[in-house]
Design a protein around this ligand. Structure first.
Ligand SMILES: Nc1ncnc2c1ncn2[C@@H]1O[C@H](COP(=O)(O)OP(=O)(O)O)[C@@H](O)[C@H]1O
Ligand SMILES: [Mg+2]
Length: 311
């Protein structure tokens, strides 16, 4: 059985996640080619070790690039570091103003605070850049090729991290506002307040999208091996904690041939894990993808892979 429901027009964002090397990028690229048949589609890679460009056989960067040879498909590789420096440049004035008015720090101290790296903030901004593109609504479907499990889960905690950061900034603002109201009577909101409000809205938008099963779907990709299955169990349970329900899974690299002893033995072992997956994830739709004798790279092999993924 192939993946189902991805062409539902309400479904906007589809994320592929799982252990390293199981076929996330391949599945995400093939799904993007499939969706581009009927929808304007954008595929993002959020894996810092990007391989989307290699998979699609075309150079990519941080801006959407049309994929030659696939009508309606564009792709980009999110550069989290660049997204953070862009954010800092764009909002330097507002951020510094909030810190300046809400603390006793002098300009020099504020500059050093501003230059300090905030752990995880680059990823937050990478995610925000993605959400901003979704908000621009230039595409109908957005596919996310995520990094291996731990990294992908960190990415999904980014709304919380951004929310915590906004709360700290808001506390500074309240202090300032209280002082102004106490001593001057009336407080006039400035661009610092507008900025905080827009950040708060961003957090809400990201959370709403991720948890809305009609608009967002997370597809787990795994292979029938013990370590991959264990990691998939952890992934799905952690996604549940974020309110993200996984409805379908790809079990990739399944041996089909029974023409030799090696293949028969391998398949016997794989069947054990496929059964385990079906018992552990009762109710989850599974799509079995055979192991191919050749690498899946470039549009032609991806088109064949797509036919298997959506048969
Ligand atoms: N069903 C398959 N049969 C053969 N090779 C595959 C299959 N699925 C993926 N591959 C190959 O495995 C490698 C890893 O796949 P990739 O999609 O990059 O994994 P991930 O993104 O999870 O790290 C790639 O070289 C890809 O071509
Ligand atoms: Mg990958």
């Amino acid at each position: 059985m192939g993946l189902k429901g991805l062409k539902e027009s309400s479904l906007k964002m589809i994320l592929f996640g799982g252990k390293g090397g199981v076929g996330k990028t391949t599945c995400a690229s093939a799904a993007a080619i499939y969706l581009a048949e009927d929808f304007k589609t954008l595929i993002f890679s959020t894996d810092p070790a990007h391989s989307l460009a290699d998979s699609l056989g075309q150079k990519l960067d941080g801006e959407p690039k049309e994929i030659k040879g696939v009508k309606n498909l564009s792709a980009l590789e999110v550069n989290a570091e660049n997204a953070l420096s862009k954010f800092k440049t764009e909002h330097e004035d507002e951020i510094k103003k909030i810190v300046e008015t809400g603390t006793n720090l002098d300009t020099e101290d504020i500059d050093s605070v501003f230059a300090l790296p905030i752990p995880g903030m680059d990823e937050v901004m990478g995610f925000k850049a993605m959400i901003d593109l979704i908000d621009e609504a230039k595409f109908d479907k957005y596919i996310v090729d995520t990094a291996p499990t731990g990294h992908a889960l960190r990415l999904l905690t980014s709304p919380k991290l951004l929310d915590d950061w906004v709360k700290v900034m808001a506390k500074m603002r309240w202090k300032y506002r209280y002082m102004i109201e106490t001593f001057a009577g009336k407080y006039e909101p400035d661009k610092g307040d507008d900025f905080l409000l827009s950040m708060k809205k961003t957090v809400k938008r990201i959370e709403d999208l991720l948890c809305d099963q009609n608009r967002c779907e997370f597809i787990a990709v795994t292979i029938p091996e013990d370590m991959a299955v264990l990691e998939t169990v952890r992934l799905i349970s952690n996604l549940g904690k974020f309110g993200i329900k996984v409805r379908q899974m790809v079990i990739n690299n399944v041996v089909q041939s029974d023409g030799c002893e090696f293949c028969r033995e391998k398949r016997k072992e794989q069947d054990k894990y496929i059964d385990q997956i079906r018992v552990k994830f009762n109710g989850l739709k599974t799509t079995i993808i055979p192991s191919c004798p050749h690498e899946i790279k470039g549009l032609k092999t991806l088109a064949d892979f797509k036919n298997q993924l959506f048969n």
